[in-house]
Design a protein. Structure first.
Length: 106
């Protein structure tokens, strides 16, 4: 399934608009990840632990988006937008949401 942030797919004609689809992933940060990320913040550098969690959340959100598009008969999703938020008490959770328009292309 093709997924794109653009309003169409070059060289392909949209035959049917199936609707707006969403995918979400909410990931909790545990105390050990927070501890090591905090140390990394003090000494400088990137937090590979959080980067991996962010990547994993993004992949889950996009997989859900694709699944929901397939369920309504689409073979592509256009106009995809990714949003990132922190949630929960003391911002202890990360949410990644993906949305787009499910379409059927030739």
């Amino acid at each position: 399934m093709e997924i794109t942030t653009t309003p169409g797919i070059e060289g392909k004609r949209i035959k049917k608009y199936c609707g707006v689809v969403f995918g979400e992933a909410i990931m909790g940060a545990n105390i050990f990840k927070d501890l090591f990320a905090g140390i990394r913040d003090i000494v400088g550098g990137r937090s590979a632990t959080y980067e991996r969690e962010l990547q994993r959340a993004r992949e889950i959100a996009l997989q859900e988006l694709q699944q929901r598009a397939r369920e309504i008969g689409a073979n592509a999703v256009i106009g995809v937008d990714l949003d990132y938020e922190v949630l929960g008490k003391e911002n202890g959770m990360l949410m990644v949401s993906a949305s787009g328009t499910a379409v059927y292309v030739e």
